[in-house]
Design a protein around this ligand. Structure first.
Ligand SMILES: Nc1ncnc2c1ncn2[C@@H]1O[C@H](COP(=O)(O)OP(=O)(O)OP(=O)(O)O)[C@@H](O)[C@H]1O
Length: 578
């Protein structure tokens, strides 16, 4: 599994890089340049020691040093350029991937978001993508440069002295095995560190978001003790990882030096027998460094690769999630709503075995107000969810002017529906930005008109910064009623022919309630409304009231008719009235 994921990941990156082949070629040329230069510089050192010094050739010395400097400078320039180019290529690929993933996520069904943890999605969209970014960063791709140098230098060394080269290579398996052991144990350690950091973060997040709860139940001490435990665990795991690193570094240094010792010992004996020069020993010591670098990097890369495959699998899972609620291939563009919305024998369940709506039949004619009443959990919100096509019925159909919603272009449907729900969502930004959300082309006059209609214009005018006042998390605190009226003004601007209202005026005081109610009434005028009614005034004036119980319509009619029936509606009515 892990292996095939690695291949899929490589294939994925290859596709991402497909239109950047010319840049890749430039990078490879630069890296070859670096490899050749890093081979040549020690050769010059060798030449100076073995030829120039014995001959006391001053002119040659200056030339050799100038050449070495020039080569080093060129290698530096090429290496800098390749790092930058690699960064360019990989950052482009990652940015594109992040865009694609975000767009894809926004397009997923409501059901997907309701069944996934927001925290998990955040991890995929941020840290999993970052892990992949690290994998294809300059550091890692730079490994190919080191490998290139490795091969070039190795071949040239073998040609020069295969015996000594063979001896040096003896230390490499030890280095590789040592690295692998380390990588494996440090990975286990870091897994624990990550898990415990995650736990700690969750605790912090939960405490900050439920600070009111903590204070009112005076659970500060309990909460901080719990945090202390998590923090201590995290510290111990970190320490374990640090200990591993601390042990490993000197060990590698020792094995690395073993290589130098071999060159020194073997080389010195050869020099004594006149078969080797001092310069060659110096050059070989430099080459040893060039050979050792990729081995260290390689094990680092294997570690990153393993982390990245875990991330890649999660990203793939997100990519594989495909929305069911989409426009069909030959979608009908819904013209502006004309006559009637009809629920035709609609059944629905969120989970297969728990039916929520059963055989729902009703019609809403143009400019009518249809109210949904019934006890909590009866299915009122679910009906509105189906009308906005956040979900599809599991049985029956919903028609708008005779067109099945599933046949319609989704945009053309949702643009005709405005929703005012109980939880008002204001964005971090100015009042104006909140009002024109979804209608960015609105003129200032239209904005004020909508604000007037929603009974919020006077309040906005009373603010020193007016429409430019910041609201949301970092802005001024608005009352529940003010927030709701901003949301209503937003809906006025959208000017959709159909409104879904979840009248949540219960939480408001009388004064605010009056304001909000007045703007609701204005909103419903000349529009077609489906209202989850909590208040009697709306219910009374509704053209039709549907009484829902356990997902079924048990009574339907207007207020007078239903009162006369003396059934469930009257019971609910009396309950509220008394
Ligand atoms: N996303 C969901 N996934 C699974 N079940 C759900 C989901 N949303 C609602 N339900 C269930 O569907 C049933 C109907 O819920 P719905 O929200 O439509 O009721 P409601 O009449 O609007 O209630 P309330 O007046 O309390 O808002 C309930 O039993 C509820 O638990």
């Amino acid at each position: 599994m892990a292996k095939s994921t690695t291949w899929r990941m490589i294939a994925f990156f290859w596709r991402q890089l497909a239109d950047m082949k010319r840049k890749l070629l430039r990078i490879i040329v630069a890296l070859v340049g670096v490899a050749v230069a890093s081979y040549l510089v020690p050769r010059i050192t060798q030449y100076v020691i073995d030829q120039v010094i014995p001959q006391r050739a001053m002119g040659t010395l200056l030339g050799a040093i100038a050449l070495a400097l020039l080569l080093t400078a060129v290698a530096g320039l090429l290496s800098g350029l390749s790092t930058y180019w690699i960064g360019q290529v990989s950052l482009h690929a990652i940015a594109r991937m992040r865009d694609d993933l975000f767009r894809h996520t926004l397009g997923l069904d409501m059901r997907y978001f309701e069944t996934s943890q927001t925290g998990d999605l955040m991890v995929v969209l941020t840290s999993d993508v970052n892990t992949l970014q690290r994998l294809i960063s300059s550091n890692t791709l730079g490994l190919f440069g080191s490998l290139l140098s490795f091969v070039v230098v190795l071949v040239l060394m073998i040609v020069q002295d295969w015996q000594l080269t063979g001896l040096i290579l003896l230390t490499f398996p030890i280095l590789f095995v040592l690295n692998n052991i380390f990588v494996r144990s440090i990975r286990a350690a870091y897994r624990q560190v990550r898990a415990s950091s995650g736990m700690m973060n969750n605790q912090i997040q939960q405490a900050l978001t439920s600070i009111g709860l903590i204070k009112s139940f005076t659970t500060e001490k309990m909460t901080s003790t719990m945090f202390q435990h998590a923090n201590a665990r995290n510290r111990d795991y970190q320490l374990k990882a640090t200990k591993l690193s601390a042990t490993f570094s000197p060990l590698t240094d020792f094995v690395n030096y073993l290589g130098t010792a071999i060159i020194l010992g073997f080389g010195a004996i050869q020099v004594m027998h006149g078969q080797f020069t001092v310069g060659l020993i110096v050059a070989y010591t430099a080459y040893l460094g060039i050979l050792q670098a990729p081995i260290r990097q390689l094990t680092g890369l294997i570690q990153q690769l393993q982390q990245a495959t875990v991330s890649f699998e999660r990203i793939e899972a997100l990519q594989a999630a495909s929305p069911q609620i989409v426009s069909p291939p030959n979608a009908v563009h819904l013209p502006r709503f004309q006559k009637q919305i009809r629920f035709d024998h609609v059944d629905f369940s969120y989970d297969e075995d728990v039916p929520v709506l059963h055989d729902i039949n009703f019609a809403i004619n143009k400019e009518e107000v249809v109210a949904l009443v019934g006890s909590s959990g009866a299915g009122k919100t679910t009906i509105t969810n189906l009308l906005a096509r956040f979900y599809d019925p599991t049985g029956g159909r919903i028609l708008m002017d005779g067109i099945d919603l599933r046949q319609a272009d989704l945009m053309s449907l949702r643009q005709q529906i405005a929703i005012v729900s109980q939880d008002v969502i204001l964005l971090d930004g100015t009042i104006q930005e909140n009002l024109e959300y979804g209608t960015p082309s609105a003129s200032e006059a239209a904005i004020w008109q909508a604000a007037e209609a929603a009974n919020i214009a006077n309040f906005i005018r009373s603010l020193p910064q007016g429409l430019a006042t910041q609201v949301g998390e970092r802005g001024i605190r608005l009352s529940g009623g003010q927030k709701q009226r901003i949301a209503i003004a937003r809906v006025f601007l959208k000017n959709a022919p159909i409104v879904i209202l979840d009248e949540a005026t219960a939480a408001l005081d009388n004064e605010s309630e009056r304001f909000v109610q007045a703007s609701f009434d204005r909103l419903m005028t000349d529009r077609t409304s489906l209202v989850i009614a909590h208040r009697l005034s709306t219910v009374r004036h509704a053209d039709k009231i549907l009484v829902l119980e356990h997902g079924q319509i048990v009574e339907a009619g207007n207020h007078e008719q239903l009162m006369a029936q003396n059934g469930r509606y009257k019971e609910l009515y009396d309950l509220q009235f008394n």
